[in-house]
Ligand binder design. Structure first.
Ligand code: FEO
Length: 168
C-alpha cells in the first residue's frame, strides 16, 4: 500500500489519476471498435494517438521536473539509486506510438482484424508495465522526495508539475 502523503505535496496523485483514467478509456474504446470498419479504426487510432501523446508528455514532465531534480539531490548526497535513473527507459511508449502509426496503413478487412488483435495485445503488455511503473513512482520515488526535499519545495514542485500538465 502507498504510504500516506499529504495531498499538497503529492506530485504524482493528480497526473496519475488522469493516466489511469486514460488506461481505462483505451480498454473501453478497443472493446467497442469494429476493426472491419476502416472509419471506426481510424477514430480509434486518433484517440489512442492523443492518449499516447499525453503519456509521452507526462513522462517528459516527470523527467524534467521530478527525476532530474531528484537525481541531482541524490548525487549531491552521494546516494546511488539506479531506479531513479532508469525509470522511463523500458516503458514501450515509442513502440506503441510506432504501432499506432502503422494502423493507418491497414487497407483490407483481414489486415485490420489482425491489426486489432496485435493492438489489443500491445495495449495489455504496455499496461502491465505502465501501472506498476506509476505505483513505483508513488511508493518509492514520492517517499524519496519527501525525505530529501522540504515541504515548501515539494509544494512548489507539485504546482509546477500540474501547471505543466494543463499547459499541454
Ligand atoms: Fe508517472 Fe512515469 O509515469
Amino acid at each position: 500500500m502507498a504510504p500516506y502523503v499529504p495531498e499538497e505535496v503529492n506530485v504524482f496523485s493528480v497526473p496519475h489519476s488522469r493516466m489511469k483514467e486514460l488506461v481505462h478509456n483505451y480498454f473501453a474504446m478497443i472493446q467497442s471498435t469494429n476493426f472491419t470498419d476502416g472509419v471506426d479504426l481510424q477514430q480509434l487510432l486518433e484517440c489512442l494517438s492523443r492518449i499516447f501523446f499525453e503519456f509521452k508528455t507526462h513522462e517528459q514532465i516527470e523527467n524534467r521536473f521530478i527525476m532530474k531534480r531528484l537525481k541531482l539531490k541524490l548525487k549531491r548526497l552521494s546516494i546511488k539509486n539506479t531506479a531513479v535513473c532508469n525509470c522511463h527507459k523500458d516503458n514501450n511508449l515509442t513502440e506503441m506510438i510506432r504501432l499506432l502509426k502503422d494502423g493507418y496503413k491497414k487497407k483490407t478487412e483481414q489486415d485490420r482484424l489482425n491489426y486489432g488483435l496485435q493492438l489489443k495485445k500491445a495495449l495489455e503488455d504496455f499496461t502491465r508495465i505502465f501501472l506498476p511503473h506509476m505505483k513505483e513512482e508513488e511508493e518509492v520515488f514520492q517517499p524519496l522526495l519527501l525525505q530529501h526535499f522540504t515541504y515548501e519545495e515539494l509544494r512548489d514542485l507539485k504546482q509546477k508539475v500540474i501547471q505543466q500538465h494543463f499547459e499541454q
